[in-house]
Design a protein around this ligand. Structure first.
Ligand SMILES: [Zn+2]
Length: 333
């Protein structure tokens, strides 16, 4: 495709997006079927917190699958007084695309989110983000570090399940490397939020999930302590908790993982950036409900401030001051 044709296609895409916004057209992010999750026991946040000081049974490794660059205004609310005071302005911001591997002694190997697929390395023309969508999303700037397919091929056990933080395109970019038949879990409502931008997102997500099992939706019930919208004990043994953390998307889910070396909080895109976490500033235009995402971020930060042994893994950047080894691995020695 010539540069001129690309520019025309991007311009047409922009016009359609704006027109869609004006007339209020909205569609779902994916037409892939859903079913209720067969995992997860409702707990209170106090029950979860009571276990935090005891080491858990699982190991966790965070893998940076790709480097990328996206507008800071999407990642961070630049209208927030703290962002203004710091003089932050919109600019391309370097980020990482992660997946997290959880090894449970009896349940097996699970991943949280999916990183990027092998095709981004081997067959870019046919990668899940290609054509106009890739141009609009600046996929040219995406550099693969470790694709999910290669990593899965090197594991000694099969993948037992995928726990999604949410279903934005940059979190399902490895889904086509996941073996068919693997259970996939996500928060309630992730497939049904209607938005005009989904005119472009839906074909991507539908391709990502094609041939996969229906998405199992977490069955949250309100946290009796009112700290989170819901807390689920994923395996019923206190090793991994799913926290309902709506705002970025309505079904956004964070995971509290009790590893052999202490608790780790996988925040998901409730906070993308190191600066946002340090300063308590919620995500920007990428979020579906900004006030909701500010509330969720405050609850997560409070949890970590009350329990400083919790290691934090953010949506797309390493926390400030985290050493490479410290931030990318919490495995058994
Ligand atoms: Zn993301």
């Amino acid at each position: 495709m010539t540069k001129r044709t690309k520019l025309i296609l991007v311009a047409v895409a922009a016009v359609v997006l704006v027109a869609g916004g004006l007339v209020g057209v909205g569609c779902r992010p994916t037409t892939h079927p859903v079913k209720p999750a067969d995992l997860g026991t409702a707990r209170s946040s106090k029950e979860m917190i009571a276990l935090l000081d005891e080491p858990g049974p699982v190991t966790l490794e965070t893998l940076a699958s790709a480097d990328w660059e996206v507008p800071l205004s999407g990642l961070l609310n630049l209208d927030h007084p703290k962002a203004k005071l710091a003089g932050l302005v919109d600019r391309p911001e370097p980020i990482e695309i992660y997946f997290h591997a959880i090894e449970h002694p009896t349940r097996g190997l699970f991943i949280v989110d999916t990183g990027v697929e092998r095709a981004f390395s081997d067959d870019r023309e046919n990668a899940i983000l290609s054509g106009v969508v890739a141009d609009v999303m600046n996929v040219e700037a995406l550099v693969v570090r470790q694709h999910l397919g290669g990593w899965l091929g090197a594991q000694r056990q099969p993948l037992a399940g995928v726990l999604m933080t949410h279903l934005h395109a940059d979190h399902v970019t490895g889904m086509r490397d996941v073996p068919r038949g693997t259970p996939i879990y996500a928060g309630p409502g992730e497939t049904s939020d209607r938005h005009w931008q989904n005119l472009f997102v839906q074909p991507v997500l539908d391709r990502a999930f094609a041939g996969h099992e229906p998405i199992s939706e977490w069955r949250f019930s309100p946290d009796p302590d009112g700290v989170f919208a819901g807390v689920l004990d994923v395996f019923g043994d206190g090793s991994v908790f799913a926290l309902s953390t709506p705002g970025h998307t309505s079904g956004s889910t964070s995971y509290l993982v009790r590893t052999t070396t202490g608790p780790v909080l996988l925040v998901g895109d409730a906070c993308h950036t190191a600066w946002g976490w340090e300063n308590g500033v919620e995500p920007g235009s990428f979020s579906h409900d900004r006030p909701g995402s500010a509330q969720t971020l405050a609850a997560l930060k409070q949890l970590v401030s009350d329990h400083p042994t919790i290691q934090v893994r953010l949506g797309h950047q390493a926390p400030q001051g985290a050493a490479e080894g410290e931030r990318l691995s919490a495995s058994a020695p």
